[in-house]
Every structure is written in C-alpha cells, then in structure tokens.
Design a protein around this ligand. Structure first.
Ligand code: GCU
Length: 618
C-alpha cells in the first residue's frame, strides 16, 4: 500500500509540473545563421519507399525490424542480389522512384495524394570529412515524425511538423559518398500537436530544406540581438565546443556600432549597449535591416536584423512607441497553384506576401496555424510586414497529458530560438479556438509563461472563441475566457454572417461587450466564395455574398472601440479534406480573398479599399 501511495504522489507531483526536473527546452544545437554557414544544400531529387505498415521500424511482434526491411541499411542491394546466396530484400532505395525535396508528398503523385503514414527517403551525396571540426544536418521541417540515419547509423529523431532540428553527424559523415536515409511518418494522433483533426491538408514529408553544415570544433551556436523599450540593444552569443569559455566575442551592427564581450564558463557572452543615435528603427513603412556579424574563436555568424520595439500601453499596441493598427490577413503555408506542395521557396513566399503588402495595403500577416518557413519570416523582415506566429495548439489537444504539454513547450522553444532575430515577429500566440476548460486554460497558461521566459520582448495572444449572451433584451457578443488574463493582446475569431443564422444586414448592429483596457484583434472572420461564381441573388459561395459579408463585417468592426488589428480568414483558398461540396469546394476551403491560382475575388477589393483608407488616415 505504501508503495502505491508514493507512486501516486510522484505521479501527482509530475502532473502538477513539480516532478523531476525535465531536460531544458533549448535544443542541444541551434546553429543560428545556418543558411549562411559553410555547408551543402541537400535539396533535389531523393528516392523514396512507401512503408505503410512501418516494417522498416518494427517487426510484427514489436521487435526490431527484419534486416530485409531496414530501409536505412548502408548497402548496395542490387550488388548483393547479383552475388546470389540466401540474402534477399523487400526494399531498395537505390532503385526507388524519385521525388523533389523539399515538398509534401501529397502533391508528388496521384497515388500519394492522401497517403498518411511512413515513407522512407534517401539522398546520396559526396562530402568532405569534418576533419578537426564538426558536421551537422539541419532539417528546417519534417512533417510529422522524422527518423534519421546516415550511412546505416541512427543519428536522431524529431517530432513536430513545422520547426527546425539539428543532428550531429561528425562521427557518421564520410569523406566521399554518404547515404542519408530519413523515415517520415505523417500520421497524427490524439497526443500529437496538432491532433489529426484540423482544417488543412496532410502535406506529409520533408517540406523544407535540409542542409549539411560544417563548423569549427568551437563554434557560435546561437547569436541574438534586439532593441528594448529602454533604448538599449541587448543580446547574447552562445559558443559550443572545447574552447567555448573565456573567448572574446565581437559583434558589428553594420557600420554604426560594435561591441565586445567575453564568454563565461558556460560559453555564453551577453551584450547590453546603448542604441547608437544613427540606428534606424525597423517598421513596415521603413523595414531597415542591418548586416550583423558575430565573431568568436575563429568562427563567424552573420544575420540581417531589424531593430524595433513593440509594447502594449492600455488598449493600444505601440510600435517604436507609436500606436499601430495591424492591417492584415491570415495565411496558410501553401503556395499559389492548383496542386500546392507546401514548398515555400522565396518566389512562392514573395508572391503571397506581395498580395498582402501591395495588393491589400497591409502591414501585418497572421502566419497560421503553425510556425511558417524561415524563408517567409525573413521575407516579412525584408518587405516590412508585422507577424503573428503560432504553434498548432489548434481546436483540441490532450490537455491533461504532461507529455503533450512538454511537446508544446518544446515546439514553442524551437520556434522562438529560430525567430528571435526576426523584427517582423511581434506576437506569439498560444492557441487557436480551443474550448474553455480548466485543463485547457492551465495548458495555455503554461505556454504563455513559457513564451515570456523565452522571449520577454514580444507580446502574447491567442485566437479565442466568442460567446453570444442575452444582456437585458440585447444579444451581446462577449469574450468569456479566463485565459484573457494571461494575454497582452486579446484576439477573437468571429464568423457571424457565415456560420450561424445572422443575416448580413444584422452585422453592423451586433452589440459587443469588451474589456476597455486591452487591445483587440479580430484574428479571423471570413466567408467562402468560389472565384468566378456570380449569383444575382447573392447567395452563399458567390463572390457577391463574400464581398457584402466583408462590407458588413468591416462596418461592425469599425464600432469596436479597442480594435487594433484584423487578420481576416484567409488570404487564398487552401486545400482541406474537410471541404467537399462538389460544386463549390472539392477539397478546398474557399474563404480566400484570392483563388488557389491567385485570382482576386470581389472581396479582395473591399478589404484593400478599407486598408488603403486606414493607411491614409494615420
Ligand atoms: C476556424 C479555424 C480555421 C478554419 C476556419 C474555417 O476559425 O481557425 O483554421 O479554416 O475556421 O472554418 O474556415
């Protein structure tokens, strides 16, 4: 009995988060600035082998897979077969079909359109041995679980479809030809983040670039710099390796400032300097980026960094100390085109962000519902768009499960460590449309605390659900959510006029009851329209209905006294297996202001006119 009670107490303590200290959330290696480091991009044609029954991972009894199924073996199957004998195989990645990587496999071939499970990928490449230095593989994203092998050795695993991870291959990398094998399992479950229930497409695969990166034995693993509301530039540099301690670190901000510091016994150096008078603040209207160069121990890392401040004062959002209105739109990571592969190349990202910046006269984008590609974030820095960033704690996850909370906190850390130098990112969101419960609010509170611990310089929000209440004889829209008290900026998704029975004419008369002391963003509103479908009766799914929906919703929004931003749902039509109306949808969510091929709908002009007027009114 005593044993039972002590185990129970331990379980309860863990559940309350007071359990044994869990490993730090910071990934072991970050390799900040990796895109600019010495190395090799492994994008290109990879071979692949489907493995729906996971035979390459486990045998029928849960034992280790049979060697004839182990896709990751470092051998030439054809040569072994040619020699004859008793060995035989039930795979051969050397002679498998090919696929362009990065990109989701669901767009690669018709047979893989809805494939949801394990596929093995292989890329052979020639490299130099790391010598006295180190070698790493950096994956920008693999959706959803990754099993990585190099030359037949297991190198590491990762869970999470939208954040980077770095694996040390110093000991496994050969001078000459190497065989990289990556198992990708797209399957989601009740304990994944997100779960299998979403409103977007599968996009399993190696969806962002893979890079082989070389570093010296002692190298700069992380280097951050930012401007505080106190007018000082602060940051830190973290070295890794045998000579990390006691190293002089130098940082140069363009030609306007330089600073030096010395690393402590943990290899960490901290900077805190007065912002030089000549420092130009970053903003959407003037997206000034500085070439920043960090040098230490013979290593160098560069980044392009914008310096700005973001804060909340009462119910205002202040950018560089001045009130700002966020003229934005929500966006999925999906390029224009009839068969997108979630391959966010720079031209693809530029085409999307151009529509926001120059088509809609926007200054803001909600990168929903997961961390977007680093390419997109760097472009937002370059062209001047403020960014809302979120991890896919979406609708419902397993709120009571400490392991799921750890996954969420780790996913937040991977995102924040990756994007801390991005001036465009101003908001970290901790959830989207999650139903209120004690466990859910506890989960989100832990996420909000985690964000603040990792990055106290940015604002915390969440896309909340609204409720309709009878107050007196009036039907009033309210935010009844205890999570509000953990947020700097309130945000709500509202679909009156699309979901539910409100008529469009009723929208401008809808009453809201809002806290007067907090800024509010309408993080979503929207209506479906099939581009080119015009209905004289203006019924739902017509461009006319969507355009009138926007006019009436904007009239309603104009009456919200604390409204400080909008990110209507959604920039362009996107693929979703939830949307199967055979005339209007056919697997596409049609709330886009543009069609999937980039045709602007009538509502696009309604929002563009509204934002142009707001931009002019500042
Ligand atoms: C929700 C959700 C979106 C979804 C949208 C819709 O608000 O956040 O991901 O696509 O509604 O219903 O179209």
């Amino acid at each position: 009995m005593k044993l039972f009670i002590s185990v129970l107490l331990l379980v309860l303590a863990c559940a309350a988060g007071a359990g044994p200290a869990s490993p730090p959330l910071r990934p072991a290696v970050l390799l900040t600035g990796a895109p600019y480091r010495d190395g090799q991009d492994l994008s290109g044609q990879w071979t692949y082998s489907k493995d729906l029954y996971k035979t390459g991972l486990t045998d029928i009894n849960g034992w280790v897979a049979k060697s004839r199924m182990q896709r990751y073996r470092d051998l030439d199957v054809a040569a072994v077969e040619a020699r004859g004998g008793t060995d035989f195989f039930e795979f051969d990645l050397d002679r498998g079909p090919q696929m362009a990587i990065p990109g989701g496999w669901n767009a690669a071939t018709p047979e893989l359109r809805y494939y949801d499970g394990l596929i093995w990928f292989q890329r052979k490449f020639t490299a130099r041995a790391p010598g006295s230095g180190r070698a790493f593989l950096r994956f920008e994203a693999v959706n959803y679980r990754a099993y990585v092998y190099l030359n037949g050795k297991e190198i590491g695993r990762h869970e999470g479809g939208f954040t980077p991870f770095v694996l040390d291959v110093t000991d496994a990398l050969r001078g000459g030809e190497n065989r990289l094998t990556v198992g990708v399992d797209s399957a989601h479950d009740a304990q994944s983040i997100p779960t299998a229930i979403t409103d977007w497409d599968l996009y399993g695969g190696i969806t962002r670039p893979v890079r082989l990166v070389y570093t010296p034995a002692t190298f700069i693993d992380d280097a951050t710099l930012g401007l505080g509301t106190n007018g000082r530039i602060t940051g830190e540099v973290q070295l890794q390796g045998p000579r990390a301690a006691g190293q002089a670190v130098d940082v140069a901000i363009g030609t306007i400032a330089r600073a030096t510091a010395v690393t402590d016994t943990h290899g960490r150096a901290v900077f805190d300097i007065a912002a030089p008078p000549a420092l130009a603040r970053w903003s959407p209207d003037s997206p000034t980026l500085y070439d920043v160069r960090f040098t230490a121990a013979g290593d160098a890392v560069r980044d392009r960094i914008g310096f700005r401040t973001i804060a909340v004062q009462g119910n205002q959002i202040l950018l560089n100390g001045r009130p700002v209105f966020l003229r934005g739109v929500s966006m999925h990571e999906e390029e224009f085109g009839a068969r997108p592969a979630r391959n966010m190349t720079e031209p693809n990202a530029r085409a999307l962000l151009h529509e926001i910046k120059h088509g809609l006269h926007g200054n803001y984008v909600r990168l929903s519902h997961y961390p977007h590609s680093e390419t997109t974030l760097r472009l937002a820095d370059e062209i001047g768009l403020l960014v809302w960033s979120e991890i896919p704690v979406y609708w419902t996850v397993d709120w009571d499960n400490p392991a799921v909370l750890r996954k969420a906190l780790a996913m937040q850390a991977e995102t924040i460590y990756r994007d801390r130098n991005r001036a465009s990112v101003v908001l970290w969101s901790v959830g989207n449309e999650t139903p209120v419960s004690e466990a859910r609010t506890r989960f989100h509170a832990a996420m909000a605390d985690n964000v603040r611990a990792l990055d106290p310089t940015r604002l915390v929000s969440a896309a909340l659900l609204v409720k309709r209440r009878k107050i007196g004889d009036e039907d009033v829209t309210v935010i009844d959510d205890p999570l509000m008290d953990k947020l700097d900026v309130l945000a709500v998704n509202t679909y009156a006029g699309w979901y539910g029975d409100d008529t469009l004419d009723a929208l401008p008369r809808l009453k809201w009851s809002l806290p007067a002391d907090r800024p509010l963003i309408l993080s979503e509103f929207g209506a479906d329209a099939l581009a080119g479908y015009h209905d004289p009766a203006h019924r739902k799914f017509s461009e006319e209905y969507q355009a009138e929906y926007y006019r009436k919703t904007l009239a309603m929004a104009a009456q919200l006294p604390t409204l400080r931003g909008m990110s209507p749902w959604v920039l362009k039509d996107f693929q979703s297996p939830r949307r199967e109306h055979p005339v209007f949808q056919n697997g596409w969510n049609r709330k886009g202001l543009l069609s999937e091929t980039g045709v602007r709908k009538e509502a696009f002009g309604v929002l563009a006119d509204h934002y142009r007027a707001r931009a002019g009114a500042r």
